[in-house]
Write a protein that binds this ligand. Structure first.
Ligand SMILES: [Mg+2]
Length: 206
């Protein structure tokens, strides 16, 4: 099958999420505990690790307010438009779900439309992106989660890591980009094919 469908994550890939979440945690931490629990666990929260009842209630209260303020990253719109022009389909695939959002599909749809982001399909509530990428024939998924990208790579789907403050110190064999212009260059010049070639060569022990 022809490589056509590109999957794109929302939080910290298409937009800046963690800065706003950090700001809200610092501002409202006292409302949830008197021992700075949220602030002390800020790194775990940013990485999405072990959400307990306090963290869950913070997200239930502020998720939509935070998300509506998140700014699209530089050149994301322009690059997505160019990718569409050269024949790729754009699927926005996110872990965002009705756990924290009132109507996540409607919210994300409006957010993308309001920010003039083109997409062919929006798929929400996908915490584990491997199954959906397989099902939808996504050949390249761009995501700031290294775990997600590595799992995809292990299963023959290209996972491209969007670097962020949260993932930058973690090493990975996945390809990485710093910005949206690099994504355009990566896709247009089919740099993902190098990865396939390397793994083929390794498998054949050449
Ligand atoms: Mg993300």
């Amino acid at each position: 099958m022809e490589d056509k469908i590109i999957g794109i994550d929302i939080d910290d890939t298409l937009n800046y999420s963690s800065d706003i979440i950090r700001e809200y945690i610092i501002r409202y931490s006292n409302n949830y505990s008197n021992d700075n629990y949220l602030i002390n666990n800020i790194d775990k929260i940013m990485r999405g690790i072990s959400f307990d009842e306090i963290i869950n209630s913070f997200f239930r209260d502020y998720c939509m307010e935070m998300a509506s303020q998140m700014k699209i990253k530089e050149n994301a719109k322009e690059v997505i438009d160019k990718l569409k022009e050269i024949g790729y389909k754009i699927y926005i695939i996110t872990a965002r779900s009705n756990n924290y959002y009132k109507n996540v599909d409607e919210f994300c749809n409006n957010y993308l439309k309001n920010n003039d982001i083109y997409f062919d399909k929006l798929i929400t509530a996908q915490e584990h992106k491997l199954d959906v990428c397989k099902k939808e024939n996504v050949f390249l998924m761009i995501d700031d989660s290294i775990d997600t990208c590595e799992l995809l790579n292990e299963n023959g789907i290209n996972g491209l890591v969007f670097n962020s403050q949260i993932n930058i110190e973690k090493t990975t064999t996945c390809d990485r980009v710093d910005n949206w212009n690099e994504i355009y260059d990566y896709v247009k010049n089919k740099k993902y094919e190098c990865k396939k070639l390397i793994s083929l060569t390794k498998n054949k022990n050449i």
